[in-house]
Ligand binder design. Structure first.
Ligand SMILES: [Zn+2]
Length: 699
C-alpha cells in the first residue's frame, strides 16, 4: 500500500502539520491532512502499528473538520471526516448483490477434504490442484461495491441475493478504505466480500465496560458484530470496535461491463494481495497456498491449536481453489460454490437446559453447586453435569433453573458454562437458592471472608470424611487398588468405614457377610490395603488433603524431612524456606499440623504400619542426568507406558510438566501426537524428541 519512501514522506508531513509549520492554502492543507489521516488509519486499523499519538491524531482530525466547516466546497466524499455522517439513517434499504453470496459446504475431517479434492479434479480435469487455505472468521458477512475507485455501497449478506444497505455504517469503519486504486488495473466496478468482526480482546473489554456501566453484556462477538452493523446510528456502530476483513473478489468488470475475473485477475491469492496493497485488511498473513493434500492437512491441524490464541474468533478454515479459471470450471450449485469448502473445527460450544442443581461437599468442606443439564454431545463426549463453582458464579452469570445454558469445552479443558440465553426464557425459570446448611450433616454453612465458597466447618461431617477417604486411596495418593468410590460408599452405608484410619481397621468377616462379596474379592481388597502401607512419604503427604498441597508440593516436602512428624513443629516461616513452598501453602501446612485430630490420625496410621518416613530407597532421583530439565509426553508411546515415562524422568532428576508452555524444555512425542505437538512446534525453545532420543538422554 505505502512504500517505505511514501511512509517516510508521510511521517515528515505529519510532524510538520502537527507543528503547524508551513503556511498554505486551506485547500492544500486539507489535502495534506487527509493524506496523513488515511495513512495513519491504515497503520492503525490495518497494520495495528500506529506511529502517531491519539492526541496528535485528534488534533489533525479536528483541524480538518474546522477547515471543511469554513470551506464546505473543499469537502470530498472520501474525506476521513465523511466516514460518520451526522444524523440517523432511515430503515435499511434492500439491495441486490452483484454476485450471489452462497454459503459453503462443510467438511469435518481429512476424508471430507480428500473427497472435495477428488470432485474438484473430476470437474476440472486437472491432475493437481493448488488450494488456498485460510481462517474462516466468525463474524457478520458483508459485500462492498467500489465504483470508479470509490466505495459506493456496503450490504449485509441477507438471503444471499438481497441484502440490506449498510453503507453509512460501513463508511464509519476505519478499516474499510473509502477509496482504492482499482482503476489502475482497468477495473471500473468491483464487489468484495468480507467479514465484519470484533477482536476477542476488544469484545471482552467492551463487556467489562458495559458491566461497570450496569449495561447488559453481549453474548458473543459474532452477534454483536452483526447487530452493530445494523445500528441506526453510525457513531454507535463505529464505537463498537468493528473491523472488516476482506477475503474475496466476487465481481469485477471494466467500463464496458466486461468480466475481468479469470482474464485480468488470475488467482485467489493474487486477489487478496491486490486488496492488501490497496489498504484493506485481509487474511494474507494467515493464509497458505497448498499444493498437496498433506500440506492442507498439516496446515489445518496447525490451526486446530492456533485458533485458541488467535485474536479473532474463527469457526474453521476455508479451502479454495486458487486458480480463478479453475474455479469457473467447477461452477456452483444454487446453494454453494463447488470450488470451495469450509473445514469446521471440532465443536466447542453447545446449548442445553439446566434441569437441577446439586450440592456436593468436598473433603475440605467446600460446598460446590453442580449443574445437572440435559445430556448434550460436545467435542466427543456427552456432558450431563458441570460445576457451577460457587454462589457468586451463579449470580454473576444470572443462571436460573430451567435456563438454556451455553456449554463450552475447549481442548482438554473441563467443560464449563459460558452463560445463559436470556432470550430463550419462558418466564417459568426459577432462582437458584443456595442452601444455608450442609446437605450432608445439616451444619450451618459459613463463608470465610475473602472466599467465594460456602463451607461446612463440621469436622465430623460424614460427606467430608467420605471425600477424604476417596482422596486418600486415589491413584496419585496412596493408590489403594480395588477401593473405589462405590465400595467406600457401600462400606460406609454398612457402618464398616467412617474415616481414613478406618481403612486399616476393616473387619474381614463383616465385609464377607455383605451381599456380593466373596473370599477372593475380600482378599484382594486386604492385599491392596496392606500394600498401601509401604508407599513413599510423598504419597502419604499428598493423600491427606492438605489445602494447596498436591503431588508437586508433596514431593518437595518429602525431600526435606526425615519423618512426617518433623512438619508438626515447623513454623510458617521455616516452611517457606523449603524450595517450592510459598507463604499460602506454608500457612495451610502449618494449620493442618496444628490440629490435634490430624496429628492423631498420623500417629494411628504409623501404628498400623503405614510408612511415615523419608526412606532412602524412595528417593525420586537416582541421578541428576536430567537435573533442571522439564519434560512432557504426548501421543501413544511404544516403548514404555506413561507412568514408566514419568518415573524415568523423576529417577533422573528431571521434572514433568502437565502442559505445553515456555517453561517446557522437551516434548517427547509418540505416534499420533496431536495438539500438544503442534503447540510445542510453535515455541522455538522446546526440543521435540522421539522415544529413542529420550532413552538415549538417560542412557
Ligand atoms: Zn457437613
Amino acid at each position: 500500500m505505502y512504500s517505505t519512501s511514501d511512509q517516510q514522506h508521510l511521517n515528515q508531513l505529519t510532524s510538520s502539520l502537527i507543528k503547524n509549520e508551513s503556511a498554505q492554502s486551506p485547500a492544500a492543507e486539507a489535502d495534506a491532512i487527509r493524506s496523513v489521516i488515511r495513512y495513519h488509519d491504515w497503520r492503525y486499523y490495518v497494520l495495528s502499528e500506529p506511529v502517531i499519538t491519539d492526541r496528535d491524531y485528534d488534533t489533525l482530525f479536528q483541524r480538518l473538520k474546522d477547515i471543511e466547516a469554513s470551506h464546505p466546497e473543499l469537502i470530498t466524499p472520501d474525506s476521513p471526516t465523511q466516514r460518520v455522517a451526522a444524523g440517523l439513517t432511515e430503515d435499511f434499504a434492500q439491495v441486490a448483490h452483484l454476485a450471489s453470496m452462497l454459503s459453503l459446504e462443510n467438511s469435518y475431517n481429512a476424508e471430507d477434504v480428500a473427497d472435495f479434492d477428488r470432485k474438484v479434479r473430476e470437474l476440472t480435469g486437472a491432475e493437481k490442484i493448488e488450494y488456498c487455505v485460510e481462517p474462516k472468521f466468525d463474524g457478520s458477512s458483508i459485500a462492498l461495491v467500489y465504483e470508479n475507485d470509490q466505495l459506493v455501497r456496503a450490504a449485509t449478506r441477507g438471503d444471499g441475493t438481497i441484502g440490506e444497505d449498510i453503507t453509512m455504517n460501513a463508511r464509519a469503519l476505519a478499516s474499510i478504505p473509502l477509496s482504492a486504486g482499482f482503476s489502475k488495473l482497468g477495473i471500473y466496478r468491483i464487489e468484495l466480500r468480507g467479514e465484519v468482526i470484533i477482536k476477542k480482546e476488544v469484545f471482552e473489554k467492551m463487556n467489562q465496560d458495559r458491566k461497570e456501566l450496569s449495561l447488559k453484556t453481549f453474548q458473543n462477538a459474532r452477534n454483536t458484530a452483526s447487530g452493530s452493523l445494523r445500528l441506526k446510528d453510525p457513531r454507535e456502530a463505529a464505537s463498537r470496535g468493528l473491523e472488516a476483513i476482506l477475503y474475496h473478489i466476487s465481481y469485477a468488470v471494466d467500463r464496458d461491463g466486461k468480466n475481468l475475473i479469470g482474464t485480468k485477475l488470475h488467482s485467489h491469492y493474487g486477489n487478496i494481495e491486490l486488496l492488501n496493497e490497496n489498504g484493506f485488511k485481509t487474511p494474507i498473513r494467515d493464509m497458505k497456498v497448498c499444493k498437496t493434500e498433506t500440506a492442507i492437512e498439516s496446515f489445518l491441524s496447525e490451526w486446530e491449536t492456533k485458533r485458541h490464541t488467535y485474536p479473532i474468533e474463527t469457526d474453521g478454515m476455508v479451502i479454495k481453489v486458487n486458480d480463478l479459471n479453475m474455479q469457473d470450471r467447477c461452477g456452483s450449485t444454487s446453494h454453494h460454490p463447488r470450488w470451495a469448502i469450509a473445514y469446521k473445527f471440532a465443536a466447542k460450544q453447545a446449548q442445553s437446559k439446566l434441569i437441577d442443581v446439586e450440592y456436593q461437599v468436598g473433603r475440605t468442606g467446600a460446598v460446590t453447586p453442580v449443574a445437572k443439564i440435559e445430556p448434550v454431545p460436545l467435542a466427543g463426549v456427552t456432558i450431563s453435569s458441570i460445576s457451577l463453582h460457587n454462589a457468586d458464579f451463579i449470580k454473576e452469570k444470572d443462571i436460573k433453573l430451567g435456563d438454556t445454558v451455553i456449554v463450552e469445552r475447549a481442548g482438554e479443558v473441563i467443560p464449563y458454562i459460558v452463560g445463559v440465553v436470556p432470550d430463550l426464557r419462558s418466564g417459568t425459570e426459577e432462582e437458584i437458592v443456595f442452601p444455608t446448611e450442609c446437605p450432608s450433616c445439616h451444619n450451618t454453612l459459613v463463608r470465610p471472608e475473602e472466599e467465594a465458597v460456602w463451607r461446612c466447618d463440621n469436622a465430623e461431617c460424614p460427606a467430608q470424611a467420605e471425600e477424604r477417604i476417596i482422596h486418600y486411596v486415589s491413584k496419585d495418593a496412596m493408590d489403594v487398588d480395588g477401593l473405589g468410590r462405590s465400595i467406600i460408599l457401600e462400606l460406609k452405608e454398612n457402618q464398616l468405614l467412617a474415616n481414613i484410619e478406618g481403612i486399616y481397621e476393616l473387619d474381614r468377616a463383616k465385609i464377607l457377610a455383605l451381599k456380593g462379596w466373596k473370599e477372593k474379592s475380600v482378599n484382594n481388597l486386604f492385599n491392596s490395603i496392606e500394600e498401601s502401607k509401604d508407599r513413599p512419604l510423598w504419597r502419604l503427604l499428598n493423600s491427606l488433603g492438605i489445602r494447596h498441597v498436591g503431588i508437586t508440593t508433596a514431593k518437595d516436602l518429602s525431600k526435606h524431612v526425615q519423618t512426617i512428624f518433623d512438619l508438626e513443629g515447623m513454623s510458617v516461616e521455616n516452611l517457606t524456606h523449603i524450595e517450592g513452598i510459598g507463604p499460602k501453602v506454608a500457612q495451610s501446612i502449618f494449620d493442618f499440623f496444628s490440629k490435634e485430630g490430624n496429628v492423631h490420625l498420623l500417629k494411628k496410621l504409623k501404628e498400623y504400619g503405614v510408612n511415615t518416613e523419608n526412606r532412602p530407597e524412595d528417593a525420586l532421583a537416582k541421578n541428576n542426568k536430567l537435573q533442571g530439565q522439564t519434560f512432557l509426553f504426548t501421543g501413544s508411546l511404544q516403548q514404555f507406558t506413561r507412568d514408566r515415562a514419568k518415573q524415568l524422568v523423576e529417577e533422573n532428576g528431571g521434572t514433568l510438566l502437565s502442559g505445553v508452555s515456555t517453561k517446557l524444555n522437551y516434548l517427547v512425542a509418540g505416534e499420533d501426537a496431536g495438539s500438544k505437538l503442534s503447540k510445542a512446534k510453535a515455541i522455538p525453545t522446546i526440543k521435540i524428541l522421539t522415544e529413542d532420543e529420550f532413552l538415549a538422554m538417560i542412557g
